[in-house]
Design a protein around this ligand. Structure first.
Ligand code: ZN
Length: 221
């Protein structure tokens, strides 16, 4: 059974692959679905499909409701795409301690206090995965020196440990999913986008406290 056939069988058995579908690539999403199928059907949980799993997948699936696929993302009501050319999304963190809620207005206050016209980012992903608007997309942001024109800045709340300074990827599961789906939607709205990057690719800062190139975010394009 090749990977695409495996993925189609998983989907038929009620384990949808919402991010990548049956793309022929055996990644984290496929492994998670495979193991969920194995758990549900009482099979041994393996990294790759074994003979027993393949036999079970090839059987006609029983009628059952689809397995839950984790928190659903509520995308915001997007405005009409701006005519400003958008070629890149740059990801940030607020550099606030893990678990501490921070509102858009709080960030706006910090940035206006620095003498900026508004919050520097275009979209903010809160701890619970809510996607909140920041600066209008039609306006050039203020988030990476030298890389504000042609880009959109998105930020998740968090990015440092409880000590308030040690860089840490503190994204909650809801934030991870929301950030990914936000970027996917932005890419659909702005077909000229050719990459998703992190602030740390343009500066010595740790922001966003993970390597976008090694994350699902880096595989969207
Ligand atoms: Zn940043």
């Amino acid at each position: 059974m090749d990977t695409t056939a495996l993925q189609r069988a998983l989907i038929a058995h009620g384990h949808p692959l919402p991010r990548f579908g049956a793309d022929g690539h055996f990644g984290g999403e496929t492994r998670t679905a495979l193991q969920a199928f194995q758990l549900r059907t009482g099979l041994r949980v393996t990294e790759r499909p074994d003979a027993a799993t393949i036999a079970a997948l090839q059987a006609v699936p029983a009628k059952r409701p689809p397995a839950p696929t984790g928190p659903a993302v509520k995308l915001p009501a997007f405005p009409k795409p701006t005519t400003r050319r958008i070629e890149e999304i740059i990801v940030h963190c607020t550099a606030t301690p893990e678990g501490r809620p921070v509102s858009v207005n709080t960030i706006r206050g910090w940035h206006i206090g620095q003498g900026w016209r508004d919050i520097g980012y275009h979209w903010v992903v809160l701890l619970d995965g809510t996607i909140a608007p920041g600066r209008p997309e039609s306006q050039v942001g203020s988030h990476v020196a030298g890389h504000n024109s042609g880009t959109l800045g998105v930020v998740y709340v968090g990015g440092v440990g409880a000590d308030g300074k040690t860089p840490k990827d503190t994204r909650t599961p809801a934030q991870k999913t929301a950030l990914l789906e936000l970027c996917r939607a932005l890419i659909q709205r702005y077909p000229a986008i050719r990459k998703v990057t992190g602030h740390n690719q343009y500066s010595s800062k740790a922001c966003p406290s993970f390597d976008v190139r090694k994350d699902d975010l880096g595989r969207l394009i």
